[in-house]
Design a protein around this ligand. Structure first.
Ligand SMILES: [Zn+2]
Length: 120
């Protein structure tokens, strides 16, 4: 891959990273002990004064947040890995077969880890 193309994909990936961080912040917060890990936000309803319905809603929100957070976090980690690969000169190489990943596939998903043949 040419240097220009790499720069181009690096730009796309860092834009995606920023966007994912913004989304992650709405449902979670960074683990203070591990900045690469995110934990779900727990909105602190006072359980002494809240009625049962409120507590139940709170719990449901929390569970939704966990699902959203896990999904976002795995995307986020893939983006981070892809950026790392750019720095290690391994970007755009299929993890299964070691061949180059098609540019149009990277265009659609810049953090793709495999070529089209190995995508499933
Ligand atoms: Zn492959």
């Amino acid at each position: 891959m040419t240097k220009d193309k790499l720069k181009y994909f690096e730009g796309k990936l860092s834009a995606e990273k920023k966007l994912l961080e913004e989304e992650l912040k709405t449902v979670g917060r960074r683990n203070p002990h591990n900045p690469n890990d995110w934990e779900p936000k727990y909105t602190n309803t006072n359980t002494d004064t809240a009625d049962q319905l409120e507590v139940a809603e709170e719990l449901e929100n929390y569970q939704n947040n966990i699902a959203i957070l896990n999904n976002l976090e795995s995307k986020y980690n893939e983006v981070l890995k892809a950026i790392e690969k750019i720095h290690q000169n391994k970007y755009g190489i299929c993890e299964m077969g070691g061949e180059f990943i098609e540019i149009d596939r990277l265009e659609a998903n810049p953090s793709a880890k495999t070529c089209k043949k190995h995508m499933n």
